[in-house]
Design a protein around this ligand. Structure first.
Ligand SMILES: Nc1ncnc2c1ncn2[C@@H]1O[C@H](COP(=O)(O)OP(=O)(O)OP(=O)(O)O)[C@@H](O)[C@H]1O
Ligand SMILES: [Mg+2]
Length: 237
């Protein structure tokens, strides 16, 4: 289980996360949703250990990892797929996968298995990273993260800007990854994709969790959540 407990995070003097408490167990898929600038990427980076907490705690399996460096957090089995899809554009698909394999930890996911779940990557195995479509780059970025056999996968807007058919493929893959025992923290700007995958969801606005609940609860309060995402909530600071 990875968690932030009453986390406050700032960039310089600008406070970006206010008292955020979010937990994700290894056996679940949770979603963090919210509009532009709500603090979603900051939350993922904080979970990963890329940003320090001003206040509050970062926890893994009930242990305090607030001050643990990102390398150590990565070794605990937390992997981040950033929104920028950092693949090597001058390397081919297979070379990118081998680079990912350098951090390989024994486990279910091997180069063969990631190519099975991403047949498009298999078809483009010798293509350069710069010859891939946005969707293929996203697949490669996810495939590389899987090769580390993470216990928890943090995904920053993985479906943004992708064609519906590719989004469907990714949803299927996330389901398979979860079945193999990896927890998923999925960040999205709306609940369209999370509704098809997540067990629980958190809505962030202005750096605070303004709603949380199961996907069934979200369905029942769809209008309320929808209005938070589109127009925000009024805040007392
Ligand atoms: N490196 C940075 N330095 C200063 N401020 C930043 C930095 N990165 C983000 N911010 C600010 O922090 C706030 C939260 O940003 P964050 O990227 O976490 O939002 P987000 O929910 O991921 O948004 P998006 O949906 O656009 O990706 C925003 O106001 C943003 O302008
Ligand atoms: Mg973001």
């Amino acid at each position: 289980m990875i968690a932030l407990e009453n986390a406050f995070v700032q960039y310089g003097h600008a406070r970006v996360l206010n008292d955020v408490t979010i937990q994700a167990a290894q056996n679940e898929i949770i979603a963090i949703i919210g509009r532009n600038g709500a603090g979603k990427s900051t939350t993922l980076r904080t979970m990963m250990g890329l940003l320090p907490l001003k206040q509050g705690r970062r926890l893994y399996e009930q242990q305090d990892i607030t001050r643990l460096p990102v390398e150590n957090i990565s070794r605990l089995g937390i992997a981040l797929v950033p929104d920028s899809r950092r693949i090597f554009s001058n390397l081919s698909v297979i070379e990118n996968l081998r680079m990912g394999g350098l951090a390989h930890k024994p486990g279910y996911w091997t180069i063969e298995r990631v190519l099975e779940i991403f047949p498009r990557l298999q078809e483009r195995i010798g293509f350069g990273g710069d010859q891939l479509s946005g969707g293929e780059q996203q697949m490669l970025s996810i495939a590389r993260a899987l090769l580390g056999n993470p216990k928890i996968l943090l995904l920053d807007e993985p479906t943004e800007g992708l064609a519906p058919v590719i989004v469907n493929d990714l949803i299927e893959v996330f389901g398979l990854v979860h079945q193999q025992g990896t927890g998923i923290v999925l960040v999205e700007q709306n609940f369209k994709v999370p509704m098809r995958l997540a067990h629980r969801q958190y809505v962030l606005d202005h750096g605070s969790v303004v709603w949380s609940g199961t996907s069934a609860e979200l369905e029942a309060q769809r209008d309320i959540v929808e209005s938070i995402i589109t127009t925000g909530v009024t805040h007392e600071h």
